[in-house]
Write a protein that binds this ligand. Sequence first.
Ligand code: DGY
Length: 339
Amino acid sequence: MARSKVIVTRQLFDEAQRLLDAKKDELEVVQWPSEKPCDRSWLLEHAKGATGILVMLSDKVDEELLDAAGSQLKVIASFSVGTDHVDRGALKSRNIRLGYTPTCLTDAVADLTIMLILMAQRRGGESISMVRNGEWPQKPWHPLLMTGPQIRGSTVGFLGFGRIAQATLKRLLPFGIKKALYLTSTPGKPVKEDHFGLVQEAAIPIESATGADQLAKESDVVIVGCALTPSTKHLVSTDFFNKMKKLAVVVNIARGPVIDTDALVRALDEEQIFGAGLDVIENEPNIQADHPILKQPRCVLVPHIGSATIETREQMATESVKNVFAGLTGAAMVNEAEL
Ligand code: DGY
């Protein structure tokens, strides 16, 4: 019997690679051979006849790819929690299942969110640059040197209040924050899933915001953790920044286009807000070295490393492979997205 063809758009590691290799008799595994992102032309060429495709968040899954693969395609497994690179409607209409990895990366991304909040409030990027640029001797210890807002007593606003946002809140409670506000697609309504029993039990108020305006006005820290959709694109733009407090910071661990980068540059230039911590940015990774955001001392930008712990990435790889296998056999996936 002919082996099913599975495309994998990266080299995987350890257990995930072993799982794939162990299926060589049943599956024809075609794997992108380089460490660099998979070429679109390679993917389109090799997808022909595939039954399963394991993709990264940098691989667009659209009608073009599905057409190139053909009608036997049963499963897409994405090595990510975000699925904005996948045309879910196209999968649904073709009865193709979608696997993803929303649970195993929660801790890693929540940890990085805390890092970015502290970097933004405590001027981490600016402080490191000052030392590296040899400016410390000219700017020695001073009562006001590199002072920034304190996390204790902050109101923290979450745009999107899913698992990662809630895990971040859990980490923030011991810092002594005063209040949490969240905005979901149903403003003013209680959150659908209280993943860690926090909303019921926390000793501080955790409230559903009536809208983006309330969240912008009241928050000392704004955390962008929502999915990128047509209605969240540029949700954080000039109007939002104009309502924020001057000492507030914004952190984005979701997708770049939720924040309008030009508006963020203006808000920082005009000291409309205090700082920003970004794991993601519009048009990443193609940020030119002379981009104005890179000249903002109060903006810390890291290269989309939210889930980049060794343990998490291994788990994501293993779960993605298991999701492909489940999609091929009709079994339950580790995590399957609702289409
Ligand atoms: C994902 O996997 O979608 C996230 O961007 C991890 O940071």
